[in-house]
Design a protein around this ligand. Sequence first.
Ligand code: SER
Length: 331
Amino acid sequence: MRKKITLITGANGEIGQGLIKLLYKKGINNIVAFDLLPSNNEMQNMITDQIIGDILDSNLLESINEKYEITELYHLAALLSTKSELYPEKAHEVNVTGTINLLTLALKQGKLNNCPVKFFFPSSIAVYSIDKNNLNKITEEENNNPKTMYGCNKLYCENIGSYYSKKYSPYLIDFRCIRFPGIISPYTIPTGGTSDYLPEMLHSVIKNKPYKCFVKKNTRMPFMIMPDAVSAIYLLMNAQKNKLCYDIYNITSFNPSPEEFLNLLKEYVHDVNVSYQINDERQKMVDSWPSDINDSKAFEDWGWKPKYNLKDSFEIYLIPALEKFYNIKVN
Ligand code: SER
């Protein structure tokens, strides 16, 4: 008999770790973590099994198909935007071929289980490109013309996920997708992303380290903190299917410029050493992304609403969590 599991790819990544903690807290005790490297000790206590390997390894995927009954699949493994720009072919392989591999696995499982597999796919505001003077809140349907490899990969995979979910009857995949803004976590620092400047600034300042911000101080794009990001995934994955009018939803919480974020940070840390050293390539990427997005469809269909605005994010969550994590007292 195959073991019933919840499979998470990219389990060691930022969202992966946050999501495992949340699912475990919600009582999900059949999580299998899939990543290139072993899970850390904290995560190992929350999972039932781990698969150490590559989502591009078809033999490995076949053995997973034979061994497990996957009921939910969270496919988080990906190369982020800055890294994807540096290694575009690799990005296409991991972000597109990897996703097709996992969708194919889900299709096979849907057939075997005689029940659709719930498939979560994290997309990104990188699927948009806009004129930065456009200050409108961009809806899901507008400006879907990405300028980056990562954005192209995400948009294509959104479409393929939707396509597969509609192609078969009875359906085999229940595809659900969120377009995330930048995400800020007190426990992990992202690697290879373009929205990394705010989390990097936060962690550096808290540790009293100098930080050179790689985008201009008035750059604006949407962000949120990790608890809201993983709660949104949980909410969407547990929404009734008949309430979901769309496969793909925007969500956001706030959109401070680096200068505004730093000003808020200065309310907690008085000695800061932040300067600006602009990376033109990364600036160009953020400049092609919307300053704000419209997430009303997520609110209407599955009740999405951020719990934390920017001020509360600092006050209630980030500062206390960082103090605990680094074992320091912020003045
Ligand atoms: N935060 C991601 C990145 O910067 C975009 O979704 O790559």
